[in-house]
Design a protein around this ligand. Structure first.
Ligand code: KIV
Ligand code: ZN
Length: 506
């Protein structure tokens, strides 16, 4: 009989620890809702004690989800656990995830605690967490480099104190698949009471082995797999959810396991996380990279045309890669549009449908065919909306190979018009300089990415940027059939984010 595994997603906690990533509350809630649609069992929404922003975000996620378990990380100290509980207590299914390191190296240099003290702390803090809620996960940080005999005692102590999930992290990504499998098996065979709890694994990717280690742990008895979307995470990242799931599904002959993930949501989830985090997915990334289903060589193309399975081990449709299907045109009415949204799996309010329909009409006027991907881009655009202190009214650009590019921009703030002109190294640079003049502060452009949403000369251009301002990182997003307009929208979107944070600190 198949074994059911649980997926624990830590994109919003370990994933957010990716250098340069900083998500605001609205973005975290948007990702969490999409993870719930994807079907993950547990979402680790953050490390609530880390900052007020983290606390608020975990709380908002806990209060927005309908069925998924929401966890907050907490060190094995009372104050962390108190704050973690406060942040998740309103979730339909709340969990506290408490951890302490168990390897000699961590205990000696970081914690400066003896084995005995660590065992005492595990007992006290798991019992303390248990006073609040029943679902308690205990992690032995750096488990894979810990003395196995001591680790067995640590896990046994956690179980006796009431832990319901034991996590075995390969914190520094040091293990190899064979070794990690044997290690997990050893824990399962030697820890008393372990048959009554879930056994989780949490693998980092320092040697590029995180997914392989996770699968090896699964066939050796792990029942909860921890991962992130696109493999985001500290240093080289964590095990990638999409790779674990598609390995299980594609190699059913090897893996007799089931899960709750709707794989058709993988591409959408990956795109959302990539744009909101500002971390671009490498084109050759398995499952969700731009080239993951592209066949470049003639021999491969010929093979796929004759019989897909010659070079395709899974279908693009199975991971939700949309094909360029013609859906609607400029004569399509609101009813047809609303039906299309439903078919695409979106449940929007009447106001949201009306608002998106207006945008759809604007695009349908400029583009011959509006494809599913175009509508997806319009809907994604909504997620990036921030409180717009500065609203774009109009812009004018003059540029040419023998001209200095100049942009004139009119923005509205509190019903007052602000008009500024600036020159630059090309039309985009000139526009960005004009925006900075209008808003009155500067930002450092760290990343700029432009993609055509579909093929064709009239394709929508989607611009994603990342900027740095006052030591923090912000993303910006814009969509238009005109790539300069999309770039202006993206830069202004980032400027409004910076302004919102500046204002909240005043
Ligand atoms: O990598 C790690 O050990 C962790 C723990 C806190 C679970 O992220
Ligand atoms: Zn980790």
């Amino acid at each position: 009989m198949s074994t059911k595994i649980k997926i624990f997603d830590t994109t919003l906690r370990d994933g957010e620890q990716t250098p340069g990533v900083s998500l605001n509350i609205k973005e975290k809630v948007a990702i969490a809702k999409q993870l719930e649609i994807l079907g993950v069992d547990i979402i680790e929404a953050g490390f609530s004690i880390a900052s007020k922003g983290d606390f608020e975000a975990v709380k908002a996620v806990a209060e927005s989800l309908k069925s998924t378990t929401v966890a907050s990380l907490a060190r094995a100290v009372k104050q962390d656990i108190d704050v973690a509980y406060e942040s998740v207590k309103n979730a339909v299914s709340p969990r506290i995830h408490t951890f302490i390191a168990t390897s000699d190296i961590h205990m000696m240099y970081k914690l400066k605690m003896t084995q005995h003290q660590v065992l005492e702390r595990i007992k006290e803090m798991v019992e303390y967490s248990k006073k609040y809620i029943s679902d308690i996960q205990f992690s032995a940080e750096d488990a894979s480099r810990s003395n196995p005999l001591f680790l067995y005692k640590a896990y046994e102590t956690a179980i006796q104190a009431g832990a319901t999930v034991l996590n075995i992290p390969d914190t520094v990504g040091y293990s190899t698949p064979e070794e990690f499998g044997v290690f997990v098996k050893g824990i399962i065979e030697n820890v008393r009471g372990i048959e009554n709890v879930d056994v989780a694994v949490h693998c980092h990717n320092d040697l590029g082995l995180a997914v392989a280690n996770t699968l090896s742990a699964m066939i050796n008895g792990a029942t909860q797999l921890e991962c992130t979307i696109n493999g985001l995470g500290e240093r080289a990242g964590n095990a990638a959810l999409e790779e674990i799931i598609m390995s299980i599904n594609t190699r059913k002959d090897l893996y007799d396991y089931t899960h709750n993930i709707d794989t058709r949501q993988l591409t959408k989830t990956s795109n959302l996380v990539s744009t909101l985090s500002g971390i671009i997915v490498q084109p050759n990334k398995a499952i969700v990279g731009k080239n993951a289903f592209a066949h470049e060589s003639g021999i491969h193309q010929h093979g796929v045309l004759a019989e897909k399975s010659t070079y395709e081990i899974m279908t693009p449709e199975s991971v939700g890669l949309l094909q360029n299907d013609m859906v609607l045109g400029k004569h399509s009415g609101r009813h047809a549009f609303a039906e299309k949204l439903k078919e695409m799996g979106y449940t929007l309010t009447k106001e949201e449908v009306d608002e998106t329909f207006v945008k759809f009409k604007e695009i349908a006027d400029k583009k011959k065919q509006v494809l599913t991907k175009d509508i997806e881009a319009l809907l994604t655009d909504k997620i990036y909306m921030v409180e717009e202190a500065f609203v774009m009214d109009s812009f004018q650009i003059s540029t040419g190979n023998k001209l200095i590019s100049t942009a004139t921009l009119k923005l509205i703030k509190d019903s007052v018009e602000i008009t500024e002109a600036a020159t630059g190294d090309g039309p985009v640079d000139a526009s960005f300089n004009a925006i900075e003049r209008c808003v009155g502060f500067t930002m450092n452009l760290e990343e700029y990415k432009i993609t055509a949403v579909t093929g064709g000369k009239d394709a929508l251009g989607e611009v994603n940027i990342r900027v740095e301002a006052n030591g923090s990182h912000y993303i910006g997003h814009g969509v238009s059939t005109d790539i300069i307009e999309a770039s202006i929208k993206a830069y202004l979107n980032a400027a409004n984010r910076v302004y919102q944070v500046m204002n909240s600190k005043e």
